[in-house]
Design a protein. Structure first.
Lengths: 321, 185
């Protein structure tokens, strides 16, 4: 397995160019799917290789729970710097699993608490209008039924403060936006990318990229439903401006001039509909970035497969079965 | 005003409060029931409990009152692990949010809940929004916060896109609009 076992840990770097470029050049739906797929595969491969390194690492520890044959010198010889790498991998894998577990638990807790809060409103009330003067609007994903817990459908929670500041047409755009989040299950993409970022921090930039592309996707859906891009842009802009005025002044930005997500969304809505192709043309920067990411992901998958098979063979040879 | 128009008025409250479930059925089950032995612990918990949760509890207690109730009645109803001044603070805050109304009754105020189930839901929602740092990862917000630079940029984008259409039914002033409730129903 040699050095191949380390490759999937750094190959997520190949996904960074596409994460940066996709938002400007691809349809947000394609961006979301592509980036989520990339980060899922890269995250899985990186975790698999950490686990393989952990096997090697624990094998050399005295009193390890693995079969004695696994601590065979042959096993250690299969990996360069086996001792350091193995020990580091134990810590890294533990941290990755803990971070992922925490993220999943928090996800469940926020969802459960939000649904409990909305329980007071009639179950059919969608959107759920909350008598609150602070402007906010959220898509609350549904939760699947589990033993002892009923399934809950996704809901839109919107405050009266938000509704009051939008006119009827703008409200339709807002509801269409939130419903697009729910219908297309954007929370699943976001959770996937979040977990990928937990297991390999190099994948963190994809998290914000996917968060942005799901918003853009919902914007495009809303514009399609209400049939007016300018109206949708105005709804987003107005909502952001009143949300801003309702908040405390934030800390000054020292390195400002990178526009934030809302102005970029409004600018995209004021521009024509993005082309709905699935894969960018090859001879453009974004096409090259997509190719690099695809090659990196394929290499990551092959490396981790190679490492897994190699370790399996070494262990099989070393362990008298 | 003769007698007590609020609190444990005989005849009115006896039948109702007996048949009613305890006040905790309104708020989220918090797991802390008033218990003298755990007084200090209760106080500690009360301090750590979020503002929103206390507001929801006070509002729930008021909902179970037979009529307008005093802060002392609310304090007693909540099991006494809150200081009187705390209850007063929460009531004032609810009043500022227009979740309760008050009228002067002698030297004290008598409080009546103005918020209904929906108002309570809103308070609980606020508790989630204020208390969960991870909420944005789970609940997708319509818009994220703007920096000052973003705000400028956004205003110029919208201005360039054309003059904002003045909607016929736009009332920036306070007060309900019938369509708000229509949307909720």
């Amino acid at each position: 397995m040699g050095v191949f076992v380390f490759l999937p840990l750094v190959l997520p770097l190949t996904a960074l160019p596409i994460a940066k470029l996709a938002a400007q050049h691809l349809h947000p739906r394609a961006t979301t799917r592509l980036l989520t797929l990339l980060s899922a595969v890269l995250g899985l491969c990186s975790t698999l290789c950490l686990a393989l390194l952990v096997v090697v690492g624990t094998a050399q520890l005295p009193g390890n729970p693995l079969p004695d044959g696994w601590s065979d010198p042959e096993v250690r010889a299969a990996v360069p710097y086996a001792e350091i790498a193995g020990t580091a991998a134990i810590a890294a894998l533990a941290a990755a699993l803990a971070a992922g577990g925490t993220a999943v638990r928090r996800h469940g807790r926020v969802l459960a608490r939000t649904h409990r809060a909305l329980d007071g409103l009639p179950p059919g009330a969608d959107p759920a209008v909350l008598p609150d003067d602070d402007p906010y609007a959220y898509a609350v994903p549904g939760t699947p039924g589990r033993p002892g817990k009923p399934a809950r459908p996704g809901r839109i929670a919107v405050s009266r403060g938000m509704l009051r500041s939008l006119d009827d047409a703008e409200r339709q755009a807002l509801f269409a936006h939130e419903r697009a989040h729910l219908n297309h299950r954007h929370h699943r993409y976001r959770l996937t990318v979040r977990l990928a970022g937990c297991v390999n921090p190099l994948l963190l930039p994809l998290r914000s990229a996917v968060a942005f592309s799901t918003e853009r996707w919902a914007d495009e859906e809303a514009a399609h439903v209400v049939g007016d891009r300018l109206l949708t842009a105005r709804a987003v802009g107005k909502a952001a401006l009143i949300t801003r005025s309702a908040r405390l002044p934030e800390l000054a930005h020292f390195a400002a001039p990178e526009p934030g997500p809302v102005p970029r969304r409004v600018a995209a809505l004021l521009a024509p509909v993005p082309p709905a192709r699935g894969w960018p043309p090859a001879l453009t920067p974004v096409g090259l970035a997509a190719l690099i990411a695809a090659a990196g992901t394929a290499a990551s998958a092959l490396s981790s497969l190679n490492a897994a098979v190699a370790l399996f063979l070494v262990l099989k040879a070393a362990t008298p079965l | 005003m003769g007698g007590h128009p609020f609190g444990e008025a005989p005849g009115d409250s006896a039948g109702r409060s007996a048949g009613e479930p305890s006040g905790t059925s309104f708020g989220e089950p918090t797991g802390d029931c008033p218990d003298d032995s755990a007084d200090a612990a209760g106080r500690e918990r009360a301090r750590r409990r979020g503002q929103g949760e206390l507001e929801a509890q006070v509002l729930a207690a008021l909902h179970h009152a037979p009529g307008p109730a005093t802060a002392a009645w609310v304090q007693e109803r909540l099991g006494g692990d809150l200081a009187y001044t705390t209850v007063m603070t929460i009531l004032s805050r609810l009043h500022a949010k227009q979740a309760v109304t008050r009228e002067r009754a002698g030297r004290a105020y008598a409080w009546t809940p103005a918020a209904d189930e929906a108002g309570l839901a809103a308070l609980r929602m606020r508790r989630v929004l204020d208390g969960e740092p991870d909420r944005d990862a789970v609940l997708t917000s319509f818009v994220s916060t703007l920096s000052a630079h973003d705000e400028q940029l956004l205003r110029s984008l919208l201005a360039a896109a054309g003059p904002a259409r003045r909607s016929p039914g736009h009332h920036p002033a306070t007060g309900h609009r019938p369509s708000d409730e229509a949307c909720g129903g």
